[in-house]
Design a protein around this ligand. Structure first.
Ligand SMILES: *[C@@H]1O[C@H](CO)[C@@H](O)[C@H](O)[C@H]1NC(C)=O
Ligand SMILES: *[C@@H]1O[C@H](CO)[C@@H](O)[C@H](O)[C@H]1NC(C)=O
Ligand SMILES: *[C@@H]1O[C@H](CO)[C@@H](O)[C@H](O)[C@H]1NC(C)=O
Length: 329
C-alpha cells in the first residue's frame, strides 16, 4: 500500500505531467494499426493468476469479439492525451520511431505519457487486435464538482466531452468501454464521504455510453471506500443486465513489490524524482534500471509493468467470464 506521503507525491507528479501535456500541440492522427488477425497473447506463467471474485468480478464480460476499446481515466491510462483519443507512438521529426525513454537524456516521458513506454490499454488493444480510442487524461478525477482534479479541469465529464467532439462511430456490439479512476479522487478528497458520490457519478456514464459500448470494465487499484462502492455498484449494474465487470490491480501490484524479481524488476522505487528546486526531473537510477523498474515517474508504472498489467487484465477477463448475464448470472 502507498503511504499518504507517497500518494500525495503521486498526485503532485501527475500535475506536472499534465502541464507538459497541455503544451503539446494537437496532433491529427491515426489510430495504431489494429491487426485483426494478431494472436491473443497468452499470460506469461510468471504473472499472478487472477482470482475471480477478488481480482475481477465473475461476469459475462468477455474479450472475445471485441474490436474497439473506448477508454477513460487518469495518468495510469493516459497516452499523451489532448489528441482526439488516439495514441500515436512518438516519432522524431525525420519520421523515425522514438524508442522507449530511459530518463538518461531529456526524454523523460514517452510521447507525454506518465511512463517510459505505452500504457496498459494500448498493450491490451494491440494484444487483442482492437482499435483504441483513449480519452484518459493525467490528473483527472471522476467529477471535479465532487472532488477537484489535480491541476487542469479534467475529469470524466471533460473526457466525455472530448469523446463526443471526436464523433467516433463504433459498433456497440463489438466495443468495450473502460474506466480507470480513483487514484486522484482518493488523493484529493476532502472527506471519505465524497468517494461513494464520485463512484455513483462514474457508474452513471454507462447510460450515456450505451450507444457506444455493450461491455463496461471498471478498473481499480487501491482499496478502501472507493473500491467497496465501485465493486457493489458494478454488481448492481450487472444484476440489471448490464455487461459490466469490476477489476482491480491491487493483488498484482502487491505481487509486483513482494516478488519483484519474478517480473524482472530490478527496482521497485521510482527512477525519476522531482529536483529540489522543482525545475526538472532527476534520474535516480541507471537507464537500465529505469527500463526494468516497477515505477518510472513518481508512482507511475514503467512500460514494462504496463505490459504485465495488460496481460493480467486479459487473463482475469478470460478466467472470470461466465457467459451468463443479468439476474440469472
Ligand atoms: C532520425 O534522427 C535520429 C536522431 O537524430 C537518428 O538517430 C536516426 O538515425 C534518424 N533516422 C533516419 C531514418 O534518418
Ligand atoms: C509472492 O510469491 C509467492 C510464491 O509464489 C506467493 O506465495 C505470494 O503470494 C506472492 N506474493 C504476493 C503478494 O502475491
Ligand atoms: C517539485 O517540488 C517543488 C518544491 O517542493 C514543487 O514546487 C514543484 O511543484 C514540484 N514539481 C513537480 C514536477 O512535482
Amino acid at each position: 500500500m502507498l503511504s499518504l506521503a507517497k500518494l500525495t507525491s503521486l498526485v503532485a507528479l501527475a500535475l506536472a505531467l499534465s502541464a507538459s501535456e497541455a503544451q503539446g500541440q494537437m496532433v491529427k492522427q491515426v489510430v495504431p494499426d489494429a491487426q485483426a488477425a494478431s494472436p491473443r497473447i497468452a499470460q506469461p506463467a510468471t504473472i499472478l493468476q487472477p482470482k475471480c471474485g477478488t481480482d475481477a468480478s465473475s461476469s459475462c464480460v468477455s474479450l472475445n469479439g471485441v474490436k474497439a476499446i473506448v477508454s477513460f481515466g487518469d495518468s495510469y491510462t493516459d497516452c499523451g492525451n489532448q489528441r482526439g483519443g488516439t495514441c500515436p507512438n512518438p516519432v522524431l521529426p525525420n519520421g523515425s520511431t522514438v524508442p522507449p525513454a530511459t530518463g538518461a537524456t531529456a526524454d523523460y516521458q514517452y510521447g507525454r505519457r506518465a511512463s517510459n513506454g505505452r500504457t496498459w490499454v494500448e498493450d491490451l488493444a494491440q494484444n487483442i487486435g482492437a482499435q483504441l480510442y483513449n480519452f484518459a487524461s493525467s490528473g483527472a478525477t471522476v467529477d471535479r464538482n465532487i472532488i477537484p482534479a489535480s491541476r487542469f479541469d479534467n475529469d470524466m465529464a471533460s473526457e466525455y466531452q472530448k469523446f463526443q467532439q471526436a464523433a467516433i462511430k463504433t459498433n456497440p456490439q463489438t466495443t468495450m468501454c473502460t474506466f480507470f479512476f480513483g487514484i486522484n479522487d482518493r488523493g484529493k478528497a476532502a472527506s471519505q464521504d465524497l468517494l461513494p458520490k464520485a463512484v455513483q457519478k462514474e457508474l452513471s456514464y454507462v447510460d450515456q455510453l450505451k450507444g457506444t459500448c455493450s461491455q463496461f470494465v471498471f478498473l481499480d487499484i487501491r482499496g478502501g471506500v472507493f473500491s467497496t462502492a465501485l465493486q457493489s455498484g458494478v454488481a448492481n449494474l450487472a444484476k440489471q443486465g448490464v455487461k459490466a465487470t469490476y477489476f482491480t490491480y491491487q493483488s498484482l501490484f502487491n505481487d509486483f513489490v513482494t516478488n519483484a524479481s519474478k517480473y524482472g524488476f530490478k527496482k521497485t522505487d521510482p527512477c525519476l524524482e522531482n529536483t529540489s528546486d522543482g525545475a526538472h526531473w532527476k534520474l535516480v537510477c541507471t537507464p537500465d534500471e529505469a527500463t526494468n523498474s516497477l515505477y518510472y515517474i513518481g508512482h507511475h508504472p514503467t512500460g514494462k509493468a504496463h505490459a504485465d498489467m495488460a496481460a493480467f487484465l486479459q487473463s482475469a477477463l478470460t478466467t472470470c467470464s461466465t457467459g451468463k448475464c443479468g439476474a440469472s448470472a
